[in-house]
Design a protein around this ligand. Structure first.
Ligand code: FAD
Ligand code: SIN
Length: 551
């Protein structure tokens, strides 16, 4: 297959990779005279945003306060949240809700026609706005529709960004280095296009497809984190991977989440004996932060040699359950479980990437002109454990902040150096694709078995050894053969997995989502783990946590 003549170049003002909450809030907050491209790996709604169930955290109730939301976030993050980022995000709650309402998202209302607020783990107040138990669907479909209506936004579905183009990547050292756009594979036609713009935003979601069992959709392969790192940007805190405590354990339903809001509305976790075991682990019981609940379930599953625990909401009135959780009720009934009378089998699964590309308050990365937003970014908000429903909020707050920054710094006379088309002269058709599938399976099993909820130094060393071998094989494959979606994703996933392991090896303590049997205690110093490109050189700056009255 000769792809060399099929390339094309597109010019935009802003290129946004990703059609989730982060990418769309940026696109919809930019002025309408900007020419914007949105790239998505598959359909526009195929994103974690669409699958969010619980909701969006925001301080809206009289009895709640900004300070309480800040405190809850800092406590869940076990002292590693960066106060500036927490304040920016929490203060952005009301404006984000206003933005979503303006776009037309239909949230659930209470009897007084006010936004209904539910509760989730770590939150000391009811502060989660939601659209029944399918909040992400309501947000995603509404924002996608608004983007499709805009004449200034051009949408490229089934386009997979491969790498960022910058002066440095082009070997052009006569001008200060900055992002110039990216190369992307048009999956349908198997051609690589060049997208150029003075501003590029990576809103590619997280990386939890690195694990064998995950709540994430297939797109979550860490592409944004890997691309930014290869472009010279620092990445931080990749050891903190959140395992959601309650994913359905069922042979016919892969990656199906049972929202934490169910525990927020009173559901209990039980062992096969019927015991409500969370009370033994934390006084907040089922509503303790996620790391504690997931670890408790993992402990009980291993202790008793069982495959899952049970989530039980049968003590609530059937009408209440059906009204609050209509999607879950219907889906589980299809699978033969009536949640009003039967308990639900659940297990933890990889859910959220707390670390990511280091950004400032405007979502700027280390490379001028390159932004990272949403789950791809490390803003400092989550610390060592993200609190439920803070992540969608972060997408909107930082998406809007990036939009302001881009608008203020737009220069219509922006000039490009000469940009070569994607070079396919040295590659051929792959001889056998089974290599990719085999490596993909091996990587995900390695991460699950050795870099999961409970870690040890020995397991991490084993994982690193295997990942390095896989990386070598995949790099050779990438250099020799035409790119494909599977190959691009695996190349990224293996790099991001290496980052996870390298960060985990650096953290010699147990904090939040990082729990290691070799260092079970908290360290006294508060440090984030920072990886410098290109060779993972580690820097461990102290975290700026300026709140002496916490924890
Ligand atoms: P996503 O929504 O994942 O979007 C990523 C986009 O990037 C997609 O369009 C994808 O196609 C595109 N993309 C990726 N790589 C490329 C590439 N190389 N080229 C082109 N396009 C690319 N958070 C909450 O706050 N509240 C909740 O209730 C909640 N529930 C959740 C339930 C589930 C099941 C899951 C999985 C997550 C949940 N989360 C929740 C987390 C939250 O949904 C995500 O963190 C958030 O949606 C991430 O948004 P995003 O825009 O950063 O990424
Ligand atoms: C859930 O609904 O339990 C997910 C919420 C989140 O991940 O923030």
């Amino acid at each position: 297959m000769d792809m060399s003549n099929l390339n094309s170049t597109h010019h935009f003002d802003v290129i946004i990779v990703g059609s989730g909450g982060a990418g769309l809030s940026l696109a919809l907050s930019l002025p309408e005279h900007f020419k914007i491209a949105i790239l998505a790996k598959s359909h526009l709604t195929d994103a974690s945003t669409y699958y969010a169930q619980g909701g969006v955290a925001a301080v809206l109730d009289q009895s709640d306060s900004i300070q309480q939301h800040i405190d809850d976030t800092m406590i869940a993050g076990v002292d590693l949240c960066e106060l500036d980022a927490v304040q920016q995000t929490v203060n952005g709650g009301k404006p984000s809700v206003d933005f979503l309402l303006q776009q037309g998202v239909a949230f659930t209302l209470d009897q007084d026609q006010q936004l209904h607020l539910t509760r989730e783990g770590g939150h000391s107040q009811r502060r989660i706005i939601h659209a029944a138990d399918a909040t992400g669907k309501a947000i995603s479909t509404t924002l996608v529709q608004r983007a499709q209506e805009k004449a200034n936004i051009q949408i490229f579905e089934n386009f997979i960004a491969i790498d960022v183009i910058s002066h440095a990547k082009l070997g052009c050292d006569t001008q200060p280095n900055r992002a110039l756009g990216l190369y992307a594979l048009d999956e349908q036609h198997q051609t690589v296009h060049t997208f150029l713009a003075p501003f590029t935003a990576l809103a590619c979601g997280g990386a939890m497809k690195a694990y064998l069992y995950t709540s994430n959709p297939d797109i979550a392969t860490g592409d944004g984190i890997a691309m930014a790192y290869r472009a010279g940007c620092r990445v931080a805190n990749m050891e903190f991977n959140q395992f959601h405590p309650t994913c359905l354990y069922h042979p016919q339903a892969r990656s199906f989440l049972i929202t934490e809001a169910m525990r927020g509305e009173g559901a209990y976790l039980r062992l096969p004996s019927g015991e409500r075991f969370m009370l033994r682990f934390d006084e907040r019981a089922e509503l303790a932060p996620r790391d504690i609940v997931a670890r408790a379930i993992d402990f009980e599953i291993k202790r008793l040699g069982i495959r899952h625990v049970w989530l039980d909401i049968t003590h609530q009135p059937a009408d209440f359950v059906k009204e609050h959780f209509p999607t879950l009720y219907a889906r589980l009934l299809e699978l033969g479980i009536d949640i009003t009378t039967e308990m639900i089998p659940v297990v933890p699964a990889a859910h959220y990437t707390c670390g990511g590309v280091m950004v400032d308050e405007h979502s700027q990365t280390d490379l001028p002109g390159l932004y990272a937003i949403g789950e791809t970014a490390y803003t400092g908000l989550h610390g060592s454990n993200r609190m439920a429903s803070n992540s969608l909020l972060e997408c909107f707050v930082y998406g809007m902040s990036a939009a302001q920054h881009i608008e203020q710094h737009f220069d219509p006379s922006f000039d490009y150096p000469s940009i070569p088309a994607w070079d396919t002269s040295q590659v051929t058709d792959a001889d056998e694709d089974v290599v990719i599938l085999q490596n993909w399976d091996e990587l995900r099993a390695t991460m699950w078995n050795y870099v999961g909820i409970v870690r040890t130094t020995k397991r991490l060393q084993r994982a690193l050894h295997r990942i390095e071998m896989l990386k070598k094989e995949i790099t050779e494959y990438y250099q020799d053969y035409y790119v494909s979606k599977n190959l691009i994703e695996l190349r990224n996933l293996v790099l991001v997995s290496e980052m996870i392991v390298r960060c985990a090896m650096q953290r010699k303590e147990s904090r939040g989502l990082h729990y290691t049997l070799d260092y079970p205690e908290l360290a006294t110093e508060l440090r984030k783990t920072v990886l410098n490109p290109p060779n993972f050189q580690v820097e461990q700056p102290l975290v700026n946590v300026d709140s002496p009255d916490l924890c």
